[in-house]
Ligand binder design. Sequence first.
Ligand code: FAD
Ligand code: DLZ
Ligand code: SF4
Length: 519
Amino acid sequence: MTLLIPLLGDQLTPTLASLRDVDRTRAVVLMMEVWDEATYVRHHQKKIALIFSAMRHFAAALRDDGWTVDYVALDARGNTQSFTGEVARAARRHRASAIRTVAGGEYRVRQAQDGWAARTALPVEILEDDRFVCPLPDFFAWAQRSRERRMEFFYREMRRRSGLLMTADGKPEGGQWNFDHDNRAGPTAGRNYPAPLRFAPDETTREVLALVAERFGDHFGALEPFALPVTRAQALQALDQFVDEALPDFGRYQDAMVAGQDYLFHSSLSLCLNLGLLGPVEVCEAAVRAYARGRAPINSVEGFVRQIIGWREYMRGMYWWDMPAFAERNALDATRPLPDFYWTGETDMRCLAEAVDQTRREAYAHHIQRLMVLGNFALLAGVAPAAISDWFLVVYFDAYEWVELPNVVGMSQFADGGVIASKPYVASGAYIDRMSDYCGRCRYDVKQKTGEGACPFNALYWDFVARHEQRFARNPRMRNVYATWRRFDEARRAEYRDSARAFLATLEPAAAGWAREQT
Ligand code: FAD
Ligand code: DLZ
Ligand code: SF4
């Protein structure tokens, strides 16, 4: 009687549902490095190394804890290179009598799990992933009864449910649910920024780095230097350092962008959260403790908690609510191929060149770079949502489809028609200039509106406004924008549109094969 427990690469949590209440002497945990997962999109090299290294460290920790772990390395003999193939092989190898696993975080994987019973002729128990504050059935119930499925309303329920930042009489701490209006400072000259902790690779990580260099060396991104946390102990250190050094200013500078500063006051904890090395509640509790001790102000702590129990949980719910249709959404009928500079970084637009360069080096960019530079440009230029979504899924160390897709297709590209975002996240150069120090040394002039030498975001912005007038003119949050557009005379409107057209004609489409293997 052997229970086989397949455990996926983003399920690195010792208290995972499938590991609870199990007789360890009769169970085998199966972990699999498989080509299918490493190449369903051609992930950034650092992301593959991170996941393989974290998986290997987690397997070692489970063994230390008394579990029998069958770890199938990528190059192991007979590896079929798919989850289903490996589950079937392991079921035979261990003469398993039953299979118990936690639901995969991605639709594709969850579909595969549904086929395991037929493939192995064994009973398969697929448990809900309970590492979130909001179970999916509760999210669906909320979505069903909500007229407007906006994050802000959902977030208040999560505050009440978790008790985080709630007073004893059930009121929001600090008297408000949301302190976002305090969180809009641009960069301040002369500020020092805390660097996230960097962890020297140990022998396990070095072996993985050699493997990734050999097998995935033609994928996007720099493999080394590699300094990411790969164990729970390292993740906890990273959390402590963030709370002590960055959290106090997290809120104020949340939307700022500074050349050469990859992280500012952001936590970079998404990688630990999404792998399961840290849980959402413990991370929020650490921030709330800092607030209680007077070490971090309410605008920072509330902002941070909102990102995790608000946005992160909401995005997961929306993903499962709308899949598989979500992946096909394209409300604005955008069809442009992805410009090649997203892969090469070769563009004179400094904001984009900075964002792509740090993405290549670090497999990381912070939220405002993702939303208001990389996403904003794709939306303004009319890039096909599936093309920009593939790019985001490849390049970030925290990118799993359940969180990437709703952020890109929903929030950033408005391709869901305005379910997640109440207005499109578009901005001209003036916004980027206000929130960053990029424009000063850009070849383009952010103040110039049209023509050669003008910041391309300016004409693209008004071209977007014009292209989508029918859809957005009646949106209350776009009323002022359209009032301005209508005040422009014909000649000025034509100048914007011609300038945008001329710029778009210069964009080189990316070569095929960067994001997905060519068939
Ligand atoms: P912080 O700024 O320190 O925020 C704290 C935590 O809040 C993050 O670690 C993250 O877990 C959570 N969080 C913040 N915003 C969001 C959000 N919108 N959705 C979900 N969680 C959030 N996040 C991912 O985890 N994976 C992705 O693939 C991803 N793709 C994105 C693509 C686009 C176009 C956009 C606009 C956002 C995307 N995000 C994604 C959300 C967000 O940008 C990242 O979570 C964040 O930048 C991670 O860096 P951090 O840990 O330093 O975040
Ligand atoms: C992203 C990823 C990669 C690159 N490789 C593996 C792997 O070899 N084995 C594994 O178990 N998981 C991997 N992952 C993460 C999976 O894609 C992840 O488990 C799914 O996203 C869960 O839905
Ligand atoms: Fe980006 Fe325009 Fe500023 Fe250049 S001028 S950095 S293109 S916003």
